[in-house]
Design a protein around this ligand. Structure first.
Ligand code: HEM
Length: 384
């Protein structure tokens, strides 16, 4: 990992490093390799810079941004597309992003088709698998649709995971005892690390994903009239007890994942505390009844797809149903590898006087910001 070299050579002379941008470079490199079979060098400086600027626009929260979001939600799709031709720096960056990623996507697709013609195996990356796929799902995807995924993959796959690792590092920096225990677990591994056997590492990751779900708010539209049963009934101020919410076909449902992931009935009496041990000591109420793939951080597809069921015990970090996060396994593996590598080589601490400086903020995704609302996560990074 080049980052290790960079931080070893320049650990900010005892000062602090904003770890976010460096972690974003790592996660962009991973997604480029896994999805497109490209290195960061292949992507080139200009595309990388544009990718970071696009993410910055998506996570900005200027008054203009809020206004555009609110208006855009009510515009028909053709008008929305036309908006991308508006003047202005942000729109120019987004147009450039589209042009870069379209070109990149078509280049990769053309290469994979050429390789297939020569009888070569193209299954080494996600695009190769889609282009060369023989099953009914991959066969039904057009080349245009495959290329169309380039932008979303490079954006969705980058900042989400980088922010999650950042939040893990912040909590580990705040709790030196926890950090040392995790380091011991890391150092006790043989060269052939078995991430799934690292109980504390996985507990730290699960606790991070619980408290900082990248997509803290998701939207769904009811496909038919239905009734959404509540896991726990609510008593209104007029004393009415509600245990189900009727939904009309076409009605918008906002899922507040961030709030759900911090509910006492689900997580115990201390849902706002970063306590990885809850994943190890059996103190999560209803944990055994969950249905998810990764520590139940998704929900039964029956819930998302309607009609709904009563099984609401699961967690929502990666959602579920037809639009489950495509990269959830990759994101978890990345967190395992990055945290193991970094904690094995560096110690992290909070810069003096900065104890409560970084807070989570939901701006398209949950990101770390300073009290002045600027996106940043300064940490002291010392080589071991
Ligand atoms: C901690 C990291 C991540 C979290 C918490 C996360 C969470 C989510 C969530 C909640 C959704 C559903 C959005 C919705 O339908 O409203 C989603 C969708 C998606 N994610 Fe992730 N994600 C993460 C990392 C990644 C990575 C690494 C990739 C790259 C492969 C990725 C690719 C996608 C894609 C392509 C979709 C759209 C799926 C679709 O609409 O069919 N995500 N993600």
């Amino acid at each position: 990992m080049d980052l290790v070299e960079k931080w070893q050579q320049d650990p900010a002379q005892g000062g602090s490093i904003d770890v976010g941008p460096d972690l974003s470079v790592i996660t962009l490199g991973v997604i480029a390799r896994v999805a497109l079979g490209r290195t960061l060098k292949d992507l080139g400086e200009e595309l990388m810079q544009n990718n970071f600027e696009t993410v910055a626009i998506a996570t900005a929260q200027t008054p203009a941004h809020v206004l555009v979001d609110a208006v855009a939600a009510h515009l028909p799709a053709p008008l929305l597309r036309a908006m991308s031709h508006l003047p202005g720096e942000a729109m120019a960056t987004i147009r450039k992003c589209r042009a870069f990623t379209d070109r990149l996507g078509w280049d990769v697709v053309a290469e994979r088709i050429e390789a297939m013609k020569r009888g070569l195996d193209v299954s080494g990356d996600f695009f190769g698998q889609l282009v060369g796929g023989q099953d009914s799902v991959t066969k039904s995807i057009s080349l245009e649709e495959i290329v169309g995924q380039t932008t979303i993959l490079l954006v969705a796959g980058q900042d989400t995971t980088a922010s999650a690792v950042t939040f893990s590092l912040i909590h580990l920096a705040k709790d030196q005892k926890l950090q040392e225990s995790l380091r011991q677990e890391i150092h006790s591994q043989s060269a052939d690390v078995k991430y799934e056997n690292m109980a504390l590492l996985n507990a730290v990751i699960k606790e991070t994903l619980r408290m900082y779900p990248a997509e803290a708010m998701a939207e769904r539209i009811a496909l038919q009239d239905t009734v959404l049963p509540l896991g726990t009934s609510i008593t209104t101020i007029s004393g009415q007890i509600i245990d189900a919410v009727p939904l009309k076909k076409g009605q918008l449902l906002l899922m507040n994942i961030g709030a759900y992931q911090r509910q006492s009935p689900r997580w115990g009496p201390d849902p706002h505390i970063f306590r990885p041990s809850r994943w190890l000591d059996g103190s999560i109420p209803g944990m055994k009844d969950g249905v998810g793939v990764y520590s139940n951080m998704w929900v039964s597809s029956a819930f998302i797809g309607f009609p709904v069921t009563r099984n609401l015990r699961s967690r929502l970090t990666f959602l579920s149903g037809n639009h489950t996060c495509l990269g959830w396994r990759l994101a978890v593996l990345e967190m395992q590898v990055i945290l193991t590598t970094l904690l094995g080589k560096f110690s992290f601490s909070i810069p003096e006087g900065d104890d409560e400086q970084v807070i989570p903020c939901f701006r398209s995704t949950v990101i770390p910001v300073l009290q002045d609302a600027k996106k940043a996560a300064p940490l002291r990074v010392s080589p071991l």
